[in-house]
Write a protein that binds this ligand. Structure first.
Ligand SMILES: [Fe+2]
Ligand SMILES: [Fe+2]
Length: 229
């Protein structure tokens, strides 16, 4: 197999042969050949990895592998803590409690604690995101399948307003004079929403399902929570 340098030199010798037959054609061929060589050099420098790229690629892949393993471990730890809380409805109820506890910490801050407020809002956003994902990807679709679409649609619609509160809090900033008032309103919505989950919708749905179906929902909620952790 001819290497790039071999084919370049064979291009050059064919240009030399051309020179003996026609001067004019030779001029244009030589310049064409030069520009081809230039293009070749440019494309190699722009798109090829080069001869000594092996260790670099190896290091990059090792970095990706370490990052993936660390993230996987973190997810396993996060989800491991939650997976101990039992069936799907208990997992979600525990998450409601954890979320309301973050709200209480937010309500205990004052206007000067801007960093703490920012951190708590980030924590709350992550907790609500993960929780909503589990409900929207598993529980609400299962509810619709069981002819409970009205409740599923109502609850999913409220998730949109939960996201709206997060948006508003981010936009107003942690030192806004009405920050606490906004957080209080937000907490009231989440509390009412969680109450509907826990007291009305989940118990009815749980009772209507077989033990196997409940176990399946628990598996799916845990699996979804793992990837969102
Ligand atoms: Fe919900
Ligand atoms: Fe919920």
């Amino acid at each position: 197999m001819a290497t790039r340098s071999q084919s370049r030199s064979s291009n050059r010798s064919s240009s030399t042969r051309d020179r003996s037959t026609s001067e004019g054609r030779n001029e244009s061929r030589t310049s064409e050949s030069r520009s081809n060589q230039n293009r070749g050099r440019q494309s190699r420098s722009a798109f090829s990895w080069g001869e000594n790229s092996g260790p670099l690629i190896g290091a990059a892949l090792a970095g990706v592998a370490i990052g993936f393993a660390a993230n996987f471990g973190r997810k396993a730890l996060m989800q491991g803590i939650e997976a101990t809380t039992g069936a799907w409805d208990q997992i979600l109820a525990t998450e409601h409690e954890m979320t309301l506890a973050i709200f209480d910490k937010m309500l205990a801050t004052d206007q000067s604690q801007t960093f703490k407020r920012k951190m708590l809002l980030m924590k709350l956003t992550h907790a609500l995101d993960k929780h909503a994902h589990q409900e929207e990807m598993v529980v609400y679709p299962a509810l619709r399948e069981a002819n409970e679409a009205v409740d599923a649609d109502h609850l999913e619609n409220e998730h949109g307003y939960i996201k709206t509160f997060i948006y508003e809090l981010n936009e107003m900033g942690p030192d806004a004079p009405n920050w606490l008032e906004k957080v209080r309103e937000f907490r009231a919505l989440v509390h009412r929403h969680a109450h509907m989950d826990e007291e009305e919708v989940f118990p009815r749905f749980k009772q209507a399902m077989s033990e196997e179906q409940n176990a399946r929902i628990t598996t799916l909620v845990n699996r979804d929570g793992f990837w969102m952790a």
